[in-house]
Write a protein that binds this ligand. Structure first.
Ligand SMILES: [Zn+2]
Length: 176
């Protein structure tokens, strides 16, 4: 994580993600979180059976793989169930926007404290969490994996720190 030191703008990241050089690069981005839907209706947590790896429906919490010996009810927070967060956010600076960035499990755990905690949050608490980051200035560390087709690159947010007023770090921001 401390190896991520190259400060880039959104535009530079997008341009570099289409260059045919190394398949992956990292960047530090100073940007505003322009979309962070943690309080929407889309499920943000997927559960997986730890024995066979199959996705487990959130409602029933039962592994339906007939070949799996775990064919019984599971409990949230137990060893047989792996919870995976699927939280997307958009990041905007004066050069553009990076859409659909994936919040890495580790970064998600950091800002949501514990996942089990997040699962138990009510809508008001989730909204409060959203506004802690939405439209605030953040220092974000990214890992960008390129794709050479028409597809968009995969942008993984590995760290995000709320930095408060933009004037505090404006001198760090490159023009391009
Ligand atoms: Zn299973």
């Amino acid at each position: 994580m401390s190896a991520i030191t190259d400060i880039m703008t959104c535009k530079r990241i997008l341009v570099q993600s289409h260059e045919r050089t190394s398949p992956q690069f990292t960047a530090v981005l100073y940007a505003v979180v322009s979309k962070f839907n943690v309080d929407g209706l889309i499920p943000l947590i997927f559960n997986k059976c730890n024995l066979c790896g199959m996705y487990v429906e959130n409602v029933h919490l039962m592994c339906i793989n007939p070949e799996c010996s775990m064919n019984l009810n599971m409990e949230v927070g137990s060893d047989e169930l792996e919870s995976i967060l699927n939280i997307r956010l958009s990041l905007t600076d004066c050069t553009g926007t990076l859409e659909n960035c994936i919040l890495h499990h580790q970064a998600a755990t950091k800002i949501l404290s514990e996942i089990n905690n997040f699962q138990n949050m009510n809508m008001d608490q989730k909204t409060e969490l959203k506004w802690k980051y939405l439209f605030t200035n953040c220092k974000i560390k990214l890992v960008v994996t390129k794709t050479y087709q028409e597809e968009k690159p995969t942008i993984l947010v590995v760290d995000i720190v709320n930095k408060g007023p933009i004037l505090q770090f404006i001198s760090c921001i490159p023009i391009y």
